[in-house]
Design a binder for this molecule. Structure first.
Ligand code: 5GP
Length: 113
């Protein structure tokens, strides 16, 4: 069990602009977008960070990546987007419920910083 902010969004205890949902995952707009399109894709199962994922979570992790592509196609941004997963506080993770940032709609630099 977990009481993170994102669990509250899953449970509809706090509002979010939901763009996709299925039995395993939820996707919603980031409240503080860093690009014109900034979506967070999360598993409904609580996994605090990617390094905590177990072998049994492999299919779920693949599902999240598939969903990212599906949302990108739905939004018409499939030709240029970036997926980011911050793992740990020193990597700027602030919410400890695994999430993939789907970011698009502005120029990107590399290395990402
Ligand atoms: P992290 O820094 O953990 O990789 O990303 C957490 C993200 O959650 C941030 O981009 C932040 O803007 C977003 N966020 C924080 N609180 C809320 C909230 O209440 N609602 C939504 N939709 N996004 C949030």
């Amino acid at each position: 069990m977990s009481d993170t902010l994102f669990q509250k969004i899953i449970d509809r205890e706090i509002p979010a602009e939901i763009v996709y949902e299925d039995e395993l995952s939820l996707a919603f707009k980031d409240i503080n977008p860093v690009a014109p399109n900034h979506i967070l894709i999360i598993p409904k199962k609580h996994i605090a960070k990617i390094a905590d994922a177990k072998l049994e979570d492999k299919a779920l992790l693949g599902h999240l990546m598939y969903v990212a592509g599906e949302i990108a196609r739905k939004l018409g941004i499939e030709d240029a987007f970036r997926l980011v997963v911050n793992n740990g506080a020193d990597a700027q993770q602030t919410v400890f419920h695994l999430h993939i940032h789907l970011i698009a709609g502005r120029p990107f630099n590399w290395p990402p910083g």
